[in-house]
Design a protein around this ligand. Sequence first.
Ligand SMILES: Nc1ncnc2c1ncn2[C@@H]1O[C@H](COP(=O)(O)OP(=O)(O)OP(=O)(O)O)[C@@H](O)[C@H]1O
Length: 811
Amino acid sequence: MQICVAVRVRPPVAVSQEIFNGNYWRLEDNHISLCKSDGTHISGVSYAFDHVFDESCTNARVYELLTKDIIHSAVEGFNGTTFAYGQTSSGKTFTMNGSETDPGIIHRAVRDIFNKINMMYDREFLIRVSYMEIYNEEINDLLAVEHQKLQIHESLERGIFVAGVREEIVNNAEQVLELIAAGEVHRHFGETNMNVRSSRSHTIFRMVIESKGKDTNSLADYSSGDAVRVSVLNLVDLAGSERIAKTGAGGVRLKEGKHINKSLVALGNVINKLSDGPKQRGHIPYRDSKLTRILQPALGGNAKTSIICTIAPEEVHIEETKGTLQFASQANRITNCAQVNEILTDAALLKRQKLEIEELRRKLQGSRAEVLEQEILKLRNEMLKYEQEREKLEMQLEEERKSHKECDQCILEQQMRIGNLSNLVTFPEFDKNAGQEQNSGRQCSKGEFNDSNSLCQEDVFRTPFFKAAPNALVAKRSNNSRLTDYSPLPDTLSNVADEDTWLKVNKGYIADLDSIQMTPARKVQSFPSSDINDVFSIDNHRNEVENLKRQLELITEEKNELKQLLLNDHLMEEISELKKEALIIQEIPQRLCKSVANCKKIYKDLLLTLESFVPDGKSSTAKLLSSTSEIGIRLFSNLESHLFIKKDGHEFFPRNDSLVQEHCKVLSESLRGTITSLVASEKLAIQTKEVKSAICGCDGKDSTLEGESSLKEKLNYELYSIKEKFNDLEKKLDLNNQLLEVYREKYTSLERDLQLLKGERDSLLETISESSQKHALVTQSRKALEEQIKHFNVAFASRQRSFTSFKSELK
Ligand SMILES: Nc1ncnc2c1ncn2[C@@H]1O[C@H](COP(=O)(O)OP(=O)(O)OP(=O)(O)O)[C@@H](O)[C@H]1O
C-alpha cells in the first residue's frame, strides 16, 4: 500500500499578513497548483495528493482523514507512522500538537487509541510510550533528561530501536498526555526570524501497543502458539527546513539549522530512492541520518505511514513550498508492505510480563525461587570465601603443629637437663637414703636400668659429696610417661610395652593433629540432612572461623613465648656454672683426703722409728708409745670415717661434723691425759733417782742413768713433734670445717637455684599443658567446623538440586 500524503496550508500568520498578496496556491479537491496573481495556472506546478487541506482545515479533520486509520491499524497490530514535513513556520508543530481549542494529531491519536482499546473487549492491551528528540544529530530522551546521546540498535525481535530510552507503561490517555507535556519541557525550541517558537529538533513520540486475546490468560495458552500483537506507532514532528538568509540564524541557530537541513536532505534522498519503485530502488541510505534510520520501518517497510506536508501560503515561501510539494509528491509514490505483527516469542513485553506475573504469583504462593536463587548465589560466594579462609587456616595449623613439635622437643631436652640437675643437687634426699644405697652396694639394679649409656653410672660429675640418683633415667622416663599432662599421647599408645622405642620413634610426643591431617577435610559426604538452617548459618561459620583464627593467634603467640623461654640460654648458662662449681667442690675433699693419707703415713713412720728405740715393750716409754700410737690411729680412723672415700676414690660421703668435733675433743683429752701421765712418771723417775743417789752417795754419773737420760730427751723430742703434728691436724680440721661451711653455703645457694629452676619448669609445664588443652580445643572446634561444613555442603547440594528441579519445572 502507498504512503498516505496530505498537504496542509496554514493560514497566513499575522506577521506575514502585510506581505500577503493573495492566494498563489489554488486548492481543488486533492489538487494543489500554483497560480499567477491573475489566477491563471502555472503549468508544471500542480500536484495531487491523498488530501489537500486549506487554511480553514482543523486538526480534527486532518486527523480524521489522514491519521485515524493508521491509529486504528496500530491498535490492531500494524506499525504506523505519521509525520509532519515542511519548511519552518509552516504549521508542523501546530498540526502535531495543536492548540488548546484544536488539539493536534498526537493528542487525538492518544485519546483515540484508548477509546479504541476500551472498545475491544476481546483483547487486553499493554501500552508503553517513549518520547525522544534528534537534536544536532543526537538522540535525547525527553522523558528522562539524563538519557542523552542514545544509540540506535536493531534486532530480529525488536527491529530498529533506540537503546536506553525510557519506556513508560501507561493505562490511559491522561497519563500519556501528562508524559508528553513533561517531555515538551525538555524539547529544544528557539526563536528565528521565521518563527518565534521554532522547533530546533525532530521529535518522535512513540507508542508500543501489545495486545492479546483475553481468553489466552494462562501460561499454557502462550505455549500453545497464541500470538501477541506488537505494533509501534511513531508520531513525528520534524524540524523545518530553512534558508539561513530568511531565518537570519547565526551561532547556535545556524548550527541547528545545518543539522536540520542535513537530516531533511537525507530524508529526501530516502524518499527519492523509495519513490523509484521496488525494482529501481537499489541501496536506500537509511543510515545517512538518525532520522531516516529511526523512520526506516515507516518508509518502505512494514508500516502504515501518512505524511502531512505543511506549506506556508505566502509568496515569499513559494520556492520552499515547491520543494515541500515535490517531497510530498515523491513520498506519495512510495509503497509499504504493512502487516500485523504477531510475535510468538518472549520478545513481547506483554508476554514477558505475563510470565513475570505468573512467576510473581508463584513466588507469592511460596516458591520464592528468585529469592532462593539469590541466596544460593550468595551462599556460593560465601562458601568460596570460606574455602579460602579454611585453606589459610589449615596452613596456619600446619605451621603451628610444626612449631609445637619443635617446642615439645625442646622442652623434652630441657626437662632432661633439669632432671639431671635435680638429681645432682638432691643432697638431703640422698642423705636420707645414703645408708640404704650403701647397703644395696650403691649400684643400680638390673631391673632399674641396663643401658650402658645411662646417667646411672655415677661418673657424670665425679663429685664425692654428690651422687647421681641411681634411678635418674627411670625418673626421666617416668617424667616422659607423665607427658600426658601436657602432651596428649594417643590412648592406644598408653599401653605400649617398649616405651623407649616409642619415644625414639615419636620423639616423645605425638600431636593429635597428625590424625587430623589424615582427615579428608574437603570431601563432601552425602549425609542425609534437611536442616535448611545449616545453609543459612554461614555467619556462624565465619564467626567460628574468626574465633579459631583468634585462638590460633593466641596459641602462636604463646608458642613463640615458650620457644623464646625454652630456648633461652640463661638456663644453659646456669647449668654450666653449676657444673663448674660442682667440679671445684669436687676437688676440695680430694685434697683433704690426700692430706689425711699423708699425715697417717708420716705418723706411722714416726711410730716405727720410736719403737726401734724402745726394745723393751714393758717399759713406761713403750707404754707411752703404745698409747700415743693408739691415739693417733683412732684420730686418723675418725678422720677417715669422716671423709669416707669409696674404693675407686671418686665419691665422698660427708658425715656430721659435730660428731667429728666430739671425737676430736675425746682424742685431745686422751692425749692430754697421756702427756700428763708421762710428765708425772718423769717426775717420779727423777725423785727415785735423787733418792737412790742419796742412799748410795753416788755423784750421778752412772752410765745406766746417762742412758736413761738421753732416752728421755729423745722421747721428749718425739713427744714434742707429736704435739706439733697434732696441732697441725687440728688446724687442718679447722680448715676442713671452714671448707665445709663454705660448701654448705654453696649448697644452700644451689638448692635455691634448683627451687627456682623447678618453679620455672613447673610453670613451663603448666603453660605447655594449657597450650595443649587449647590445641585440643582448636582441634575439636576444627572437627566440629568440618562437620558443619559437611552438613552445609550437603544442604547446599540439596538446595542446588531443588533449585535445578525448580528451574526445570519453570522451563
Ligand atoms: N493551521 C493553522 N491554524 C492556525 N495557526 C497555525 C496553523 N498552522 C500554523 N499556525 C501558526 O503558525 C505559527 C507557526 O506554526 P508552527 O510553529 O507549528 O510551525 P512549524 O512548522 O512547526 O515551524 P518550525 O519548523 O520552525 O518549528 C504558529 O504560531 C502557529 O500557531
